[in-house]
Design a protein around this ligand. Structure first.
Ligand SMILES: [Zn+2]
Ligand SMILES: [Zn+2]
Length: 123
């Protein structure tokens, strides 16, 4: 199985091989601000199953785990396509929406539910 994720303008893209190890929905305020949506969804793959093409810029922020998360986004359109949680070395998180694929697995967990917007249904 090969899946392609890409930014809004298409200049930054990823090929992801095999099935994701985890699909995690996050309601935290940082994900809300990053996505412009009420939550973000991360699709985790082993780093060796992901190949990146195109330029990107990076932004790193702390997280509640005590480890930073390093986000990578397209310098032209600004869309975040993937990130690296430094708590999970060897894992790449890919933005769920960047696949634009209705056959992606549904999230298996949700976190930071204390920040879930009241109109969003629990998983
Ligand atoms: Zn772009
Ligand atoms: Zn989050």
């Amino acid at each position: 199985m090969q899946r392609k994720a890409e930014c809004s303008c298409g200049a930054l893209s990823l090929q992801c091989e095999g099935e994701p190890e985890l699909v995690s929905l996050c309601h935290c305020r940082s994900c809300q601000r990053r996505t412009g949506a009420p939550y973000g969804i991360a699709v985790f793959f082993p780093a060796e199953n992901v190949s990146v093409s195109g330029d990107y810029k990076s932004f790193e922020r702390p997280s509640r785990s005590g480890f930073n998360v390093r986000f990578h986004f397209c310098p032209t359109c600004g869309a975040t396509v993937f990130w690296e949680p430094l708590r999970k070395p060897g894992q790449i998180a890919v933005a769920y929406g960047a696949f634009a694929d209705p056959d992606l697995p549904v999230p298996s967990q949700e976190v930071f539910t204390e920040h879930r917007h009241p109109w969003v249904s629990p998983l």
